[in-house]
Design a binder for this molecule. Structure first.
Ligand code: ADP
Ligand code: MG
Length: 455
């Protein structure tokens, strides 16, 4: 019997003597040093013996208990996965609606930025600030979508140290002055394969939690540790900490100890979802009154760090040049049920010299086309619309115009709606929110401007 279990065993024997019988679990050490769990069923025997003896029937339940624990563990994980899935659907729905709004905001911003040479310097600076904020919001909705559908994550090799340095200004904005922040990068590069937006929002969310846990100030540190094949990001705060019950539930979707309107209870759940989708894992430790430590663990990436991909798409939009005047305008049909979004697409295309016919929904589109004299040369359509969806519109128009190029725009992934755009040269898919330059890029490829002698 292991030494610290002996006192408990003596108590058990005393109970057998007192009550005549008892049962319970005990830990014993096997001769090879392994621990076994025994179930004791004991009774006292007085007849026919000089002195009372304790007789025990013992069953080794070590393996049965291990199996049980494994099952319970699996069940817990399954329940967790189901919750995450439900929240994913919710988040995806919100992100979808938000994407529409963001597309409109970003699009008009790009248009306004184009004209900003005429504005006072301060107004131009304000515009730039808004553009940055919209960029952040766009990344956030991408993340929300990534939470519900992993296809939208775009992992690449990133150096965690560099990413954290980049994030510092944003983290500083989240924290208040009474919180001392320090990042301790690893001495060697910490390269992992991840969509940077996953790490970004994980760290911002953790910083917000840390701030909320330190109402009177404190310290927040973010350490990067490379050990063996693992990169660990250690986020440590000196806040209120969590008791074991809170800690156990903290990662559950909608679990929050913050008041209504303050906490959503989604922060940690989203971090769990996206980090695990990215091949990482999370460990949390917390002591009430002493603070919380969150470990984000990722396997080291093999291969080289990517060159910074250009993110400033607005600049590209500004560089776009209208087609030469000798080119006949391409005729584009734009089907979109969201008025502001349709107007935006129309405005972007008209500015570039396209001839645009707008339609408010699928039936409207078919009606308009039947009344047109000249054929449509490109169809841009929302994918999901009430009644007649984008695919139905395409089908109807291609019945008379089989080679009609189609650009689908949607806040949903092509996969969940069973749209395979990969293998058709004259079909493309553009995810919302999109930028003007991305839209024009697709439009130019699908419907290149043609010189038309007949006109
Ligand atoms: P929310 O912040 O909206 O409440 P989260 O999922 O981010 O949702 O966190 C869930 C809960 O976990 C919080 O309400 C809080 O009780 C606890 N928690 C999370 N992070 C910390 C922390 N750093 N210190 C103390 N408690 C925390
Ligand atoms: Mg939170």
């Amino acid at each position: 019997m292991p030494p610290h279990h002996r006192a408990g065993f003596h108590e058990y024997l005393a109970r057998v003597k007192r009550e005549g019988r008892a049962e319970g679990l005990g830990t014993v050490l096997a001769s090879d040093g392994t621990r076994r769990v025994w179930h004791f069923h004991s009774s006292i025997r007085r007849e026919g013996v000089a002195e009372p003896v304790v007789r025990s029937i013992v069953t080794d339940v070590t393996d049965a208990r291990a199996r049980e624990r494994l099952l319970a563990d699996r069940e817990t994980r399954l329940r967790h996965a189901q919750k995450i899935e439900a929240v994913g659907k919710l988040a995806g729905g919100i992100a979808h609606d938000f994407n529409n709004i963001l597309t409109v905001i970003a699009g008009h911003l790009a248009l306004a930025t184009d004209e900003s040479q005429l504005m006072p310097a301060q107004a131009r600076a304000d515009l730039e600030e808004v553009t940055r904020a919209v960029g952040q919001a766009t990344r956030l909705t991408r993340r929300l979508l990534g939470f519900s559908r992993k296809q939208l994550l775009a992992p690449r090799v990133v150096d965690v140290n560099a990413l954290i340095t980049e994030l510092e200004p944003m983290l500083a904005r989240v924290l208040d002055e009474r919180i001392a922040f320090a990042a301790h990068p690893s001495p060697t590069p910490a390269r992992i394969n991840i969509d940077p937006s996953v790490l970004e929002s994980a760290l911002v969310n953790l910083a917000v939690n840390a701030r909320d846990a330190m109402p009177d100030g404190g310290t927040l540190t973010v350490d990067t540790v490379v050990r063996g094949r693992m990169v660990t990001i250690v986020v440590r705060d000196s806040g209120t900490g969590m008791d074991p019950e809170t800690l156990a539930r903290a990662g559950e979707p909608f679990f929050t100890t913050k008041g209504a309107g303050v906490g959503t209870g989604l922060g940690l759940a989203m971090i769990y979802g996206s980090v695990e989708q990215s091949g990482g894992s999370i460990r949390m430790e917390s002591t009430p009154g002493a603070g919380t430590v969150v470990h984000l663990l990722f396997p080291v990436a093999t291969g080289d760090s990517d060159a910074e991909t250009p993110t400033e798409e607005h600049r590209a939009a500004r560089r776009s040049t209208p087609p030469p005047p000798s080119v006949r305008p391409v005729s584009v049909l734009v089907v979109e049920d969201e008025d502001p979004l349709r107007r935006l697409v129309e405005r972007i295309l008209v500015r570039e010299g396209y001839h645009v016919t707008p339609a408010r929904h699928g039936a409207d589109a078919l009606h308009i086309v039947s009344a047109l004299d000249d054929p449509i040369e490109l169809l841009i359509t929302d994918l999901v619309m009430p009644e007649l969806g984008g695919r139905e519109v395409t089908e109807a128009l291609r019945a008379t115009n089989p080679s009609l190029p189609v650009l689908y725009i949607s806040g949903y992934d092509p996969d969940p709606v069973g749209l395979d755009v990969g293998d058709q040269a004259n079909t493309a898919f553009l995810a919302k929110p999109f930028t003007g330059s991305a839209l024009l890029e697709h439009v130019r490829r699908l419907a290149p401007p043609r010189r038309d002698a007949a006109r």
